[in-house]
Design a protein around this ligand. Structure first.
Ligand code: TXA
Ligand code: MG
Length: 333
């Protein structure tokens, strides 16, 4: 497994040897972890079924779960999916950025069935990270990329975390440093009459609802909700148990704090990490997965998590934490 450090700010990536190597590996159907503004993605050529099968194998992911295809712009996205008025409004406002749109798939799209799990819809996203857009543009094909972590585990926001979790299972990692947003993209489906919020994420619900001028619908039936990792009850799971909305710290616990004031018992915590001493949700989202990994490594049996407000990015943070706290028997006996 290679690590290719790439300066994300350079003008053209064509001359960068790491970029060329990453591109060559993707072209050859190998797995390359790539940065996005949300989390690192485990990428492969979305049109190559063998390569996409490799993603499921490396992640140990149940293969009925569809993957997001990453493309360089809305034009490229429209080659694979049908954009209605709402989808186009959202794409124009929030792309490039942490929004995934689930739209009807075009029959002419070369994205393989394994990537879409055989559904008639496709999840498309234009990431804000330039190097990853440059990779998919240079490849001339979409990049299928779930979060770069073993299935059910904590998502990765640094190349080091990817290396620790997936190591020799992948060809290499494009390293552009820590990801700026820290939680995965918001997923909105625009396949029926009303846009549906499938997963809260990096774009707050309020920003989308304001733009559309109406509330996002909740998922209703099984068609809205494929049994997908990010939507399984137990996901983002550390080895430690997770106790939410903790008002105190009990013996043997580590503390994941939020805000300036720590709860009673914090002095005795096995380890303490603060998502944002200032109580800022953007800062907290960015820190979330890295701090969960750090507290998990402390060896504490339980991570006590202070209450997080539900507004803005808080909805996505609370969503990830509640999945981290869910019973684990679906993933580990
Ligand atoms: O920020 C992100 O979204 C990151 C980066 C790497 O782009 N990716 C990510 O992928 O979080 P993943 O595979 O961990 O989660 C993608 C979610 C899954 O829950 C999957 O069910 C949903 O997207 N999804 C993809 N295609 C879909 C479809 N056609 N219908 C419904 N859900 C879909
Ligand atoms: Mg994931």
């Amino acid at each position: 497994m290679k690590i290719w450090p790439i300066d994300p700010l350079q003008k053209h990536f064509d001359d960068d040897p790491g970029f060329a190597e990453a591109l060559r590996n993707l072209g050859a159907g190998r797995l390359v972890a790539v940065p996005t503004e949300t989390v690192y993605g485990l990428a492969a050529d979305a049109t190559n079924a063998d390569a996409v099968a490799g993603i499921f194998a490396a992640k140990e992911r149940p293969s009925f779960n569809p993957l997001i295809s990453h493309v360089e712009d809305l034009d490229a996205a429209e080659r694979h999916g049908v954009f209605d008025a709402a989808a186009r409004t959202l794409a124009e406002a929030f792309w490039p950025g942490p929004l995934t749109l689930v739209v009807e798939r075009r029959s002419t799209s070369p994205i393989c069935d394994l990537a879409t799990a055989g559904l008639s819809t496709v999840g498309l996203r234009v990431p804000a990270t330039r190097v990853t857009r440059a990779l998919t543009a240079a490849l001339g094909r979409p990049l299928a990329a779930p979060s770069a972590n073993r299935s059910g585990r904590i998502s990765t926001t640094t190349a080091e975390a990817v290396a620790a979790d997936l190591g020799e299972r992948i060809a290499g990692i494009v390293d552009c440093g820590p990801t700026p947003v820290g939680v995965e993209s918001t997923i909105v489906a625009t396949v029926g009459p009303d846009p549906v919020l499938l997963r809260p994420g990096g774009i707050p619900r309020g920003a989308i609802e304001e733009l559309l001028g109406r509330p996002l619908a909740a998922p209703t039936d099984a068609a809205d909700r494929p049994s997908a990792p990010g939507m399984l009850a137990s996901h983002y799971a550390p080895d430690a148990k997770v106790r939410l909305d903790a008002e105190d710290v009990r013996p043997g616990e580590a503390l994941l704090a939020f805000g300036p004031e720590l709860p009673p018992g914090a002095d005795g915590a096995i380890a303490v990490a603060n998502l944002s001493p200032a109580g800022d949700l953007t800062e907290a989202a960015k820190a979330l997965f890295g701090l969960m990994r750090r507290l998990d490594a402390s060896g504490a049996a339980t991570i006590a998590v202070m209450p997080i407000p539900d507004d803005g990015l808080g909805e996505a943070i609370r969503d990830r934490l509640s999945r981290a706290a869910a019973p684990r028997n679906m993933h580990r006996p």
